[in-house]
Design a protein around this ligand. Structure first.
Ligand SMILES: [Mg+2]
Length: 343
């Protein structure tokens, strides 16, 4: 990590420089893959294969808005920071090349108490475990002291030129699919921040795994792109209702969703599945005649609806259930916007 070392002053300076050295030690090994030169110089040098173009995404995670120090383990915050970036790479059908991480942290999170591991090291533990699983070297970043914890992730991926999956390719008659299960993250978060969830502490973690440890669908995105199977794709970060509307708007189409077909996660409600965010599943469309398998790289795929024409020149997203058809209004993710609530 290229530390802006001038930012580290006073007694904590040495500690923060040590952190950068520890990160550098742990993050090495990217060279030889897509990273020609990693942490240590003014820039990282990345290498694309002939005929590829770069896919670059950035996401900001802020304490109190995207995570809470009192309810989220540091390792899970690290994991989720990278998962958000990798999920965007997956949605384009790209392969990850390298990640860049900038952290703003209060001093208490960078200092270890006696017999304890510093918060920042636990954060990196979670971050680097996911990075290794998806062969995404940490090739640079920055670290500075900040009043609240902030983690900014940049992930660079690569995709054959002209072949990235876009939001804009859906056409009337296409079918709509989603990977995995929906609503598990918001249901898990509800449990995590409930008084009961807090009491149960670590025991509770299995129940809230969908929230704490979302798995970016890199393999599924690569499969869809490699087989030319999807006409459009987006990852579900803000909730199905919001992200489907984004896809429809970019494609100039409408959508009809069947409530019966939605893969509602265990413990989640239909509302969680429709509007809960941070599931990081892939939402994609395909031509009616394209054969989409029931599982891609081990993850189930569900058909949830179909694409239609604009209604009166406008995008509309509708939900069909036993009582008929009604507009599916956006009720997306607001993280912790309202203190004390899921938001
Ligand atoms: Mg996205």
């Amino acid at each position: 990590m290229r530390g802006k070392t001038s930012a580290f002053t006073g007694k904590s300076g040495a500690g923060e420089l040590a952190i950068i050295e520890r990160i550098r030690g742990r993050a090495s090994g990217g060279e030889g893959r897509g990273v020609s030169l990693g942490i240590g110089d003014d820039c990282a040098l990345l290498r694309l294969k002939a005929g590829e173009e770069a896919a670059v995404t950035t996401d900001l995670s802020i304490e109190g808005r995207h995570f809470r120090l009192e309810s989220h383990p540091a390792e899970a915050i690290g994991h989720r920071t990278l998962a958000r970036g990798l999920s965007d790479i997956a949605a384009m059908g790209a392969r990850p090349v390298a990640a860049f991480l900038s952290l703003g942290l209060p001093g208490k999170l960078t200092r270890a108490r006696v017999g304890k591991t510093a918060w920042v090291d636990r954060f990196l533990e979670g971050f680097l475990a996911l990075a290794e699983r998806h062969r995404t070297p940490l090739a640079g970043g920055d670290l500075a002291e900040s009043a609240i914890a902030v983690a900014d992730i940049v992930v660079m991926g690569a995709v054959p030129r002209g072949e990235a999956m876009l939001r804009s390719g859906a056409r009337p008659g296409d079918l709509i699919y989603v990977t995995g299960m929906l609503g598990g993250s918001s249901a898990g978060l509800r449990k995590l921040v409930s008084p009961e969830g807090k009491r149960k502490g670590k025991q509770n973690e299995a129940e809230v795994a969908a929230h704490l440890w979302p798995e970016p669908r890199i393999a599924q995105g690569l499969w869809l792109r490699g087989h030319g199977a999807a006409t459009a794709a987006i990852d579900i970060s803000d909730g199905l209702s919001t992200d489907l509307e984004h896809l429809c708007t970019e494609s100039g189409v409408s959508a009809e969703i069947d409530a019966e077909g939605l893969p509602v996660a265990p413990g989640a409600t239909l509302q969680d599945a429709l509007h809960g965010g941070e599931d990081y599943e892939l939402l994609f469309t395909a031509r009616r005649q394209t054969k989409i398998p029931g599982r891609i790289a081990g993850v189930p795929v569900s058909r949830i609806g179909r694409i239609g024409r604009l209604a009166g020149g406008e995008t509309s997203v509708n939900l069909w259930d036993s009582s008929g058809r009604r507009p599916l209004d956006r009720g997306g993710w607001e993280h912790f916007e309202k203190p004390g609530e899921r938001g």
